[in-house]
Design a protein. Structure first.
Length: 471
């Protein structure tokens, strides 16, 4: 349990109000510090206002619509005599709901911060060196603060290429899609990483024709290969056109549509293009290098496992550090930074315990060591994969795609990693995350009661099968 740290009250100044920033502010206030947070886009940052919360809300709407398409397999139909009965998305209403939801979340965060005494200043923060921070406020004034501790949590923004410049109408970044008032006739998604795959899935589910342009051999190249294969097969089965090994050269407007030119000379035409070609850290022009903060070649802030930068008293958290682009990691980095700087008990960041999720349908959730770690010799492990097609609850829910995969360390039989591919895998990965974090053995997991029938039963069954290998 956190307790206020004794001694003179310290002043913590936080630049950036995303998960890394506002979670840090809450912890610092709880530890007795005076806290000022400077944010120029709105509390919650991009994660709440333009990225994570909106995209997952859009995906939730798409997934809801997909239930209508598969209802017939469960014996459920629509009454009436019309031949063409179907669900249809009103994108304008969908986007209004999403933006309202994001704003409401931002308002809740502000209320929470103000309730514990955090001073919120709307503006752009920058380092002046020697423990001083300037805030260029939206009112046009500039304030300066003396800080005992500085946390930089400025996040990232979409990567823009000279040959594919967004116009906010037909050529869009993932932060601009919520301005659409009509569903695209044919959306070309450039980039098959997490953002590209999630939004391609979302618009496919909303009823849009989708082409996914991937420069790699498969979609989601950084994820478990078995999981990525499942997702790509599902995409194709549902009508998405996936162009593998197809690197984008340029995107241009042409009349009421767009043309995506590939490096091999092929052209793909559509009504809209969504660019998901990576992100860049927002670390320029805020005085980092002048204050002695080391940056990597990519422009990310270099930090250690307790979020310290190379400058005394300056910490950093979130996507601007390039550690792992997850809101949960940003928040944990920020909490660790405050605990370390304010003298509370602290444990260094442990990325092996991070649960991550990709919100496609089915979802892909991972924790700990991966198949690539095993195949490339970074860790020795035994692996069991159990398809969900044998799970009775999955059969009841008409789930045909997915699996549970567990990794265990030989000898000790401790669980060191796992993958779940399933609807709501983000919920199912948690028990595996607990096992990895607490070094549970396969027997401890296998001997824990699971509900019958349940999806988690496959986790227990996979653990039992790992035990049987030693018999």
């Amino acid at each position: 349990m956190m307790r206020a740290v004794s001694g003179p009250q310290k002043h913590v100044v936080i630049i950036g109000g995303g998960p890394g920033g506002y979670e840090s502010a809450l912890v610092a206030a709880q530890l007795g510090a005076r806290v000022t947070i400077v944010e120029d886009d709105g509390l919650g940052g991009a994660a709440v206002l333009t990225d994570c919360v909106p995209s997952k809300a859009l995906i939730a709407t798409s997934d809801f619509m997909s239930r209508f398409a598969t209802a017939g397999r469960l014996g459920v139909g629509f009454e009436g005599t019309e031949e063409d009965q179907h669900a249809e998305a009103n994108v304008d209403q969908v986007n209004h709901r999403i933006i309202d939801l994001a704003k409401a979340q931002s308002t809740d965060i502000r209320a929470q911060l103000e309730s514990v005494g955090v001073q919120v200043r709307p503006g752009r923060g920058r380092l002046l060196g020697n423990g001083r921070v300037a805030a260029d406020l939206s009112s046009g004034q500039t304030e300066e603060y003396d800080a005992d501790v500085i946390l930089v949590a400025t996040g990232c923004k979409p990567r823009i290429m000279d040959t594919a410049t967004p116009d906010g109408e037909r050529i869009l970044t993932w932060q601009q899609i919520y301005d659409l008032t009509e569903l695209p006739d044919h959306l070309i998604v450039v980039g098959s990483g997490v953002t590209g795959a999630e939004l391609a899935h979302a618009y496919l589910g909303l009823g849009c024709e989708v082409t996914l342009v991937s420069s790699r051999d498969r979609v989601l190249p950084g994820e478990d290969a078995d999981a990525a294969t499942v997702i790509e097969n599902v995409f194709r089965r549902h009508g998405m056109k996936v162009l593998n090994r197809s690197r984008m050269q340029s995107v241009r407007r042409e009349g009421d549509g767009v043309v995506v030119t590939l490096e091999d000379g092929r052209e793909v035409t559509g009504s809209h293009a969504l660019l998901a070609v990576g992100s860049v850290p927002q670390t320029k022009g805020i005085g980092l290098e002048e204050a002695g903060v080391e940056l990597s070649k990519s422009g990310h802030i270099v930090v250690d496992r307790v979020s310290r930068t190379s400058a005394q008293g300056v910490y950093a958290a979130g996507d601007c550090t390039g550690v792992l682009p997850l809101a949960s990691v940003a928040a944990m980095q920020g909490r660790i930074a405050m605990a370390h700087s304010l003298g509370d008990a602290v444990a260094p960041l442990n990325l092996r315990g991070v649960c991550a999720n990709i919100f496609t349908d089915p979802e892909i959730a991972t924790v700990g060591y991966s198949q690539a770690d095993v195949e490339e010799g970074r860790i020795e492990a035994r692996v069991v994969t159990l398809p969900l097609s044998t799970n009775p609850r999955a059969k009841m829910r008409n789930i045909r795609d997915g699996f549970v995969k567990l990794f265990t360390r030989p000898g000790s039989n401790t669980i060191i990693g796992g993958v779940v591919v399933a609807p709501q895998a983000s919920e199912l990965i948690y028990p595996i995350g607990l096992a990895v974090q607490n070094r549970l053995t396969v027997d401890q997991v296998a001997n824990t009661f699971s509900v019958y029938p349940s999806m988690t039963g496959s986790i227990a069954e996979a653990a039992r099968r790992l035990h049987s290998h030693d018999v």
